[in-house]
Ligand binder design. Structure first.
Ligand code: MG
Length: 218
């Protein structure tokens, strides 16, 4: 695939950072424990798919879940930036799904191993259209939802994040230099559930600011 970002043809997708355990109710449903600092993992670029694409269920899993999330597109190089300056780093936002092979992840957790396989299969990072992040968008007050076959499965609001967008960007930038084109998945609210062959998934953020439709195939 090419890695050009459709809405910003001069920009290529870079690293894909993801934050785990960032909504209290999702931590509860997973019977996980909250952490004092963000849980960070990465997905490979090969996991990206766009609107009207396909989530391909991998043979290695029998229990793949949707996790609908606010996705940030970084627009400038950031190293050690403060929370106060972090907002300026966001070029655009989109809705995305952190597709997760839950059984593979459970095995990894049990064995103290990384989540890379559970989170990083091809097609495990569907992303909707990018919307420029200007001052009219309050990143910490966006509804976020996902329907599977027209049934509402997840409905949350980014105001319920444990670590805010600014805190996440600042935290990451103290460990990794962020570059234009990098993406950050910011965590999912409660309601994650299994997806199956033939499902149609519709995700939205901010009352249709960004939307995404993908189909699931075995
Ligand atoms: Mg997630």
């Amino acid at each position: 695939m090419n890695f050009i970002i459709p809405e910003f043809p001069l920009l290529n997708f870079g690293s894909i950072y993801c934050i785990g355990r960032n909504y209290a109710e999702h931590i509860k449903e997973m019977k996980s424990i909250p952490t004092d600092s963000p849980v960070v993992f990465l997905k490979p670029r090969s996991s990206i798919v766009f609107n009207n694409g396909i989530i391909k269920l991998p043979e290695e899993s029998t229990n793949v879940h949707h996790e609908v999330e606010l996705v940030l597109l970084i627009g400038k190089e950031c190293h050690n930036i403060s929370k106060e300056d972090a907002t300026d780093a966001v070029k655009a936002i989109a809705v995305g799904i952190d597709v997760t092979a839950r059984d593979v992840q459970s095995d990894a957790k049990r064995n103290g191993l990384p989540w890379t396989f559970a989170k990083g299969f091809d097609t495990f990072a569907p992303i909707g259209n990018f919307v420029p992040a200007d001052n009219s968008i309050d990143l910490q007050n966006l509804d976020i939802s996902v329907h599977v076959n027209s049934e509402l499965r997840q409905l949350g609001n980014t105001s319920n994040m444990i670590f805010t967008v600014n805190e996440i960007i600042s935290y990451l930038s103290h460990r990794f230099t962020l570059y234009p084109g990098d993406l950050i998945f910011t965590g999912t609210p409660e309601g994650v559930s299994q997806i199956h062959h033939g499902d149609k998934i519709d995700a939205q953020i901010g009352n249709n600011l960004s939307s995404l439709t993908v189909h699931v195939q075995a």
